[in-house]
Design a protein. Structure first.
Length: 375
């Protein structure tokens, strides 16, 4: 089978492409419209520069942005996996695949009708109708990264037989290698931390939907001096978050680490006691994958797409009702008072991620292709 993946730009984890290209019965090509992930702008792309690392993008991508060349590539394929429908070139690719009679697979990580860029009015009402047309009629299948996505699409009328769970993953080889090299004593020195400090970690953009303010307020309620909150990331809300911390008299317990290069993140996962992901809209949440690969338990809101798949209460972490600061503070306090439990949970996190890996992703794709007799 000639399998063609079509992306807007290189993605953070190309390991599945490497693995699937090693299968004798599949000839794999990956095409991108644009080359540089770090060229993105806007609040949702603030942190993209941290992914500028050639080791992350070792697969041979082809860069094509001309419709004629895209048509030619699709014509030579047997099946196309198109990573979206919002870009005008994605829509052309979907059209080309259909008129050429190619097997077409679309992808989406949506977990609610809300979306990152909120639709309003009639556009919001038409979304389910459009999705039913796109995924039930146009596409042969819809690849989703989590059970939260699968549940959402079923709820709006997408045929369950069209939905295929292909776990969203990070490059675990890259993460594990960086984790093994990590020098946490250097980090302690940089941030003036004591070995006895209990470390809560937040790693995301400082924008509204990430709900850092919920975490800061819940952290303040602990009223404990032997813990720190490290905040990795940047964004328009930084000044507001600093002012909030000062108003709660906990600013000296917060460390605003700013943007941290992706290769250096595992050192923070190694340093921390627990990761906190309080977002009120998070289609997936790859930081959970990264942290758990490093053996770091996670507290996440129930609005985080990956939480239902990866977080087992009391085993790999905990979830709480989104925006419920009191419930979040209770979990922070439980973690703070039970460090020995967190150490036990560390191995459970590592074990869990062995079942939600790049290999798992590829196996799910291959099983689907076999079920359709495409290979």
């Amino acid at each position: 089978m000639n399998l063609l993946y079509i992306l807007e730009r290189p993605i953070q984890n190309d390991l599945p492409y490497q693995l699937i290209s090693n299968i004798d019965t599949i000839n794999t090509r990956v095409i991108c419209f644009e080359k540089h992930i770090a060229s993105l702008s806007g609040n949702e792309n603030i942190n993209q520069s941290v992914f500028a690392n050639d080791a992350l993008y070792s697969f041979h991508y082809e860069f094509v942005s001309q419709k004629k060349a895209l048509f030619k590539a699709i014509k030579s394929s047997d099946a196309c996996v198109v990573y979206g429908h919002y870009h005008h070139l994605f829509r052309w690719c979907i059209f080309f695949a259909k008129i050429l009679g190619k097997n077409l697979i679309l992808t989406s990580d949506a977990t609610s009708i809300k979306g990152i860029a909120d639709s309003k009015g009639i556009k919001l009402k038409l979304k389910p109708i459009y999705f039913r047309f796109l995924y039930n009629i146009v596409a042969n299948a819809l690849f989703v990264p989590s059970n939260a996505s699968a549940t959402y699409f079923k709820s709006i009328g997408i045929d369950s037989n069209k939905i295929v769970l292909t776990p969203y993953t990070v490059n675990e080889q890259f993460i594990q290698s960086a984790f093994e090299r990590a020098d946490i004593e250097k980090l302690r020195s940089i941030h003036q931390l004591e070995p006895t400090d209990f470390i809560f970690l937040f790693c995301s953009k400082l924008i509204e939907r990430k709900r850092l303010d919920d975490l800061i307020i819940a952290f303040a309620a602990l009223n404990s001096s032997n813990c720190k909150l490290i905040i990795i990331g940047d964004g328009p809300l930084k000044t507001k978050m600093v002012e909030l911390a000062k108003s709660l008299n906990i600013f000296d317990q917060l460390i605003f680490a700013g943007l941290v290069h992706y290769a250096e993140l595992p050192a923070y996962y190694k340093l921390a006691n627990i990761l906190v992901v309080p977002s009120d809209h998070e289609p997936y949440g790859l930081t959970i994958n990264e942290a758990m690969i490093c053996g770091l338990p996670v507290i996440a809101s129930d609005a985080v797409g990956s939480a239902a798949d990866l977080i087992e209460s009391g085993k790999t972490g905990w979830t709480y009702p989104v925006r419920n600061k009191e419930a979040l503070s209770e979990l922070l306090n439980h973690a703070l008072e039970n460090p020995s439990q967190l150490k036990e949970m560390s191995q459970a996190c590592i074990t869990k991620m062995k079942t939600w890996s790049s290999t798992t992703n590829v196996n799910a794709q291959v099983d689907f292709f076999k079920s359709k007799n495409w290979i």
